[in-house]
Design a protein around this ligand. Structure first.
Ligand SMILES: [Zn+2]
Length: 266
């Protein structure tokens, strides 16, 4: 978590209050932009008001750009901002400090990859992805994947990339975001390592998993995919890895199982 001096905090809060007064999102436009997202329909009225506040600030503090001839409308940006702010609904926008740009492609996009193997040979290939988060750089999203997010089925490209951004706040992406003062780092490491090893053991055995197998790629992908399930299918994650679920409740300061404002397709 980026530490801010009190004087900077004071002026930042003042600036944010002015933004909320001068550039409020019309509640009707906000509802129109997010109205068909089942995940957001679960929120209480108070949470939706807070989401509107955070999304308003997100839209002013982040720069949006489109690529591939995508006509990025205000409604699309509002939907992205709302979904992006769900993980920090009970935290603060400061958790998204250190980066400023959201780039949106119409559909999945191709990214170059490279990795060195065990005998020192560099391999290069291309990968088609629906989203990407760069350390201290932009978040890149496919609009088609944004539209597929928030359906309470476990897939949510925005939550996934925002979880990477939270993870990067204290260094390289490793599945270990900065924890709150009342949380114990060893407990986080133990629970996540045990769950990650168990998940990969089950994949190696060829078991069908209710959680996307992509979670087994690395500890950072495990945290990002589990964050998707935490918000989208909380009962599935809680049933599979209750210790991890409890820690994520502490980290995100919410328990999505308690959301009863709309049908929960856990
Ligand atoms: Zn990822």
């Amino acid at each position: 978590m980026v530490q801010t001096l009190p004087i900077f905090k004071f002026f930042r809060n003042l600036r944010r209050r002015r933004v909320l007064q001068r550039y409020p999102i019309d509640p009707a436009a906000f509802h129109a932009a997010i109205g068909d997202v089942p995940l957001l329909a679960r929120l209480s009225e108070g949470e939706r008001e807070n989401l509107l506040r955070l999304a308003t600030l997100f839209l002013r503090e982040k720069i949006f750009a489109s690529s591939g001839n995508l006509d990025l409308t205000e409604a699309m940006k509002t939907r992205i901002a709302a979904l992006a702010c769900l993980p920090i609904l009970h935290l603060d926008l400061d958790w998204y400090a250190g980066w400023s740009t959201v780039i949106v492609f119409p559909t999945e996009f191709v990214r170059p990859r490279e990795a060195m193997d065990d005998i020192g040979v560099m391999h290069e290939w291309e990968e088609t992805v629906g989203g990407e988060a760069w350390e201290l750089g932009p978040v890149i999203l496919s609009w088609a994947d944004v539209e597929a997010s928030g359906r309470c089925d476990g897939y949510n490209v925005i939550i996934h990339e925002m979880a990477h951004k939270l993870d990067m706040l204290n260094g390289p992406c490793d599945g270990f975001p900065p924890l709150h003062r009342n949380m114990a780092a060893p407990a986080w490491s133990k629970a996540f390592t045990h769950a990650f090893d168990d998940f990969n053991t089950r994949l190696d055995r060829g078991e069908h998993t209710l959680i996307d197998p992509y979670a087994g790629e690395s500890p950072s992908e495990f945290f990002a995919v589990l964050s998707e399930y935490f918000f989208e299918r909380p009962t599935v994650l809680d049933a599979q890895y209750p210790e991890v679920y409890a820690l994520m409740c502490q980290f995100y300061r919410t328990d999505p199982r308690q959301c009863t404002h709309a049908p929960v397709m856990g």
